[in-house]
Design a protein. Structure first.
Length: 535
C-alpha cells in the first residue's frame, strides 16, 4: 500500500512543471517525495531507464532503489547514483580503461613530483577543480606536472570526474534522460550545478529537492547560492515547500526554528509539527571525560540498565535508537574510546581506512575466476589482506544488492563517503561527526562539545557563522524524542587543557524549551583509616 502524502508532498509528486524546486524541511518526507515522483512517472508510461535520480552517498542511493522497486512491485534497473558514480560511468563509456586514483595515490604522486606539503597541495588542487581557487593561487608548474602524469597513465582523481563528464556530455550534445531528480540540492557546488544544466537540456522535467537550512559543505566547494538562485537560473520554475516535520517532537522543532531564524541567507519555510513532546536537556560537564561518562550513563538509563545491579525494565529503546554527534573526528574517537570501556555496543563512523584504500587500489585490474561472484570474491580477498569482516560488511551493504562487475564494485567503494560506513540494521550506538549525520535520524541524540570554538568552529578566531549555525541545526533536527546538548567547562585541545565557554548558539534557544543540568565529578569518598593497635 502506497504511503499517504500530505497536500504539499502531493503537489511536488504530481507537478508537471518543467523545472521544480522543492524546499524540504527536516523530517518532511523528502525521500518519500522523490521516490513517489519516480514511481508516478513510471506508472504514467515513462521509461525507468530514462529517469535519473542523483544523490550524494551510496547509502541514500540504495535506500531510494529499495523504496522505488518496492513501490513498482518489481525489481528494476534504476539510474540512481551519486554524482561521482554517475560521472565515472559516463567517462568509462568513452574510455573503458580509465583508472580512478585514490587520494593516497594522488598524494604520493605529488610528493614524487617535489611537493613539500603534498596534503596541502592536494587540497589546493581539489579547491581549484571545484571552482574555489583561481589559477593565480596555484603552484602552476606542480599542477601542470600532476595533470600530465594523470593523462599519461590514463587516470583521473576524484575531483576530475564531474568537470570531465560535464565537458564530455556538452561535446556530445545529447542527454540519455527524460526526467531528472537531484537530491540534497543545497549541497551541490557550481561544477555540479553546471553538470545538472547539461543533463537537463532537452529533458522533460528537472526536480531539485533539498533544504538550504542544511547547507553545510562550503569547505568542499558547495554553494547555498545554487539552491537559492535556482528560480533565477531556470525561468518559470515552480517552488513547493514541504513544511511539516514528521520526525521531531514539538520542543525540538520549535528550538531548531528559533536557532535557524537568526540566519539571513535562507528561504522562509513555515516549519511546523503535529508531534507533541520532544525533550531538550542542556548539560554542563566538568570536562570531556565527564561528558563521555554522562552519555554512557544516560544510554544505560534509556535501555533500562545493562547489569544485574542496574537493570530495571524494558524501556522500548534499542542501542541503535541513540547517536552521539561531535564536531570533529578527534572528539568522536575520544568518546568511542570511553565507550569501549563500557558494556554498550557502539560503532564509530569514520573515513575509509588507509589499509582499505590500499586494498582497493591493489584490486584494480585484477582478474576474477569465471565462476566467482564479485561481492564474495572481494570479501575473501579483503579478509586475506587483514580487513575485518564486520567493518567490510557495513561499507558493502549499500552496494551488495546490485548486479555489479568487480570493476564497478571497486569503483563504488572507492567513491564511498564516511556515512556509508554504517550498518543501520545493527543494534549499536552510532558515534560520528555532525557532517556524517546529515540525512539520518534517531530517537535520542547526544550532541557533544556545544562550546564556542567547536560549535561554532573558529579557526584563528574566524568562522562562517551562518554555516556553523546550519550545522548545529542539522545536529538538533536528527533527534526524534530526546536531544542532549553537552558542554564541558574544560577540554583538552592539542594536548593542553583549556577553559571552555558554552556555545553562543545555546542563547538563541528559548530557555523555556530546555532543561538545564550540571554534572560535577564526584570526589572519591575517603574511607576512614583505622589506627594501629598501639597508636
Amino acid at each position: 500500500m502506497a504511503p499517504v502524502l500530505d497536500s504539499s508532498q502531493s503537489k511536488a509528486v504530481a507537478s508537471n512543471t518543467k523545472r521544480l524546486l522543492v524546499a524540504a524541511g527536516p523530517g518532511s518526507g523528502k525521500t518519500r517525495v522523490l521516490c513517489a515522483r519516480f514511481i508516478r512517472l513510471v506508472k504514467e508510461g515513462a521509461d525507468p531507464g530514462r529517469i535519473l535520480a542523483v544523490t550524494f552517498t551510496n547509502r541514500a542511493a540504495a535506500e531510494m532503489k529499495e523504496r522505488i522497486s518496492h513501490g513498482l512491485g518489481r525489481a528494476a534497473l534504476l539510474n540512481i547514483s551519486t554524482f561521482h558514480s554517475l560521472c565515472l560511468r559516463v567517462l568509462r563509456k568513452e574510455k573503458p580503461g580509465l583508472r580512478l586514483i585514490p587520494r593516497i595515490e594522488a598524494r604520493a604522486l605529488l610528493k614524487e613530483l617535489g611537493a613539500r606539503e603534498p596534503d596541502r597541495e592536494l587540497e589546493k588542487i581539489s579547491a581549484f577543480k571545484n571552482g574555489m581557487l583561481g589559477k593565480d593561487q596555484m603552484d602552476r608548474p606542480l599542477f601542470d606536472s600532476y595533470s600530465q602524469r594523470l593523462r599519461d597513465e590514463g587516470a583521473l582523481d576524484f575531483d576530475d570526474l564531474v568537470p570531465e563528464a560535464s565537458m564530455l556530455l556538452e561535446r556530445q550534445g545529447t542527454t540519455s534522460f527524460d526526467h531528472l531528480m537531484i537530491d540534497e540540492y543545497q549541497d551541490i557546488n557550481p561544477v555540479q550545478a553546471a553538470l545538472v544544466k547539461v543533463l537537463s537540456k532537452g529533458a522533460s522535467s528537472l526536480m531539485a529537492i533539498g533544504d538550504p537550512d542544511q547547507a553545510i559543505y562550503s569547505f568542499r566547494g558547495s554553494s547555498i547560492r545554487c539552491f537559492l538562485d535556482f528560480e533565477k537560473e531556470y525561468d518559470g520554475a515552480q517552488r513547493v515547500c514541504l513544511s511539516k516535520n514528521y520526525r521531531s517532537g514539538r520542543a525540538v522543532v520549535e528550538a531548531s526554528i528559533a536557532l535557524i531564524s537568526n540566519n539571513t541567507e535562507r528561504l522562509e519555510n513555515d516549519i511546523r509539527t503535529e508531534k507533541e513532546g520532544g525533550a531538550i536537556t542542556c548539560v554542563e560537564c566538568a570536562d570531556e571525560r565527564d561528558e563521555a561518562a554522562f552519555i554512557i550513563k544516560e544510554v544505560e538509563r534509556l535501555m533500562g540498565g545493562l547489569t544485574n545491579r542496574t537493570a530495571s525494565y524494558d524501556t522500548g529503546y534499542r542501542f541503535s535508537d541513540c547517536a552521539v554527534l561531535a564536531r570533529t573526528n578527534k572528539q568522536a574517537e575520544y568518546i568511542a574510546e570511553e565507550f569501549s570501556r563500557s558494556p554498550i555496543p557502539f560503532h564509530l563512523v569514520k573515513p575509509p581506512r588507509p589499509v582499505f584504500t590500499e586494498f582497493l587500489r591493489s584490486m584494480q585490474g585484477r582478474d576474477m575466476p569465471e565462476d566467482a561472484e564479485p561481492v564474495r570474491f572481494l570479501k575473501e580477498e579483503a579478509v586475506k589482506a587483514g580487513i575485518e569482516g564486520e567493518w567490510l560488511d557495513s561499507i558493502l551493504t549499500p552496494v551488495c544488492g546490485e548486479n555489479y562487475s568487480l570493476e564497478r564494485l571497486i569503483d563504488e567503494l572507492m567513491l564511498s563517503m564516511p556515512s556509508d560506513d554504517m550498518d543501520i540494521k545493527a543494534d549499536k550506538v552510532n558515534i560520528m561527526t555532525l557532517h556524517s549525520a546529515k540525512g539520518l535520524e534517531w530517537r535520542c541524540v547526544f550532541l557533544a562539545g556545544v562550546e564556542d570554538g567547536l560549535i561554532p568552529m573558529r579557526l584563528k578566531g574566524e568562522c562562517d557563522i551562518e554555516e556553523e549555525r546550519r550545522l548545529f541545526y542539522v545536529g538538533m533536527t536528527r533527534a526524534k524524542d530526546e536531544l542532549f546538548l553537552l558542554a564541558a567547562k574544560k577540554r583538552r585541545v592539542w594536548g593542553e587543557e583549556r577553559e571552555s565557554r558554552r556555545s553562543p548558539f545555546l542563547e538563541e534557544i528559548p530557555a523555556s524549551l530546555m532543561e538545564r543540568r550540571s554534572v560535577e565529578r564526584k570526589k572519591p569518598h575517603k574511607r576512614p583509616v583505622q589506627k594501629g593497635l598501639f597508636e
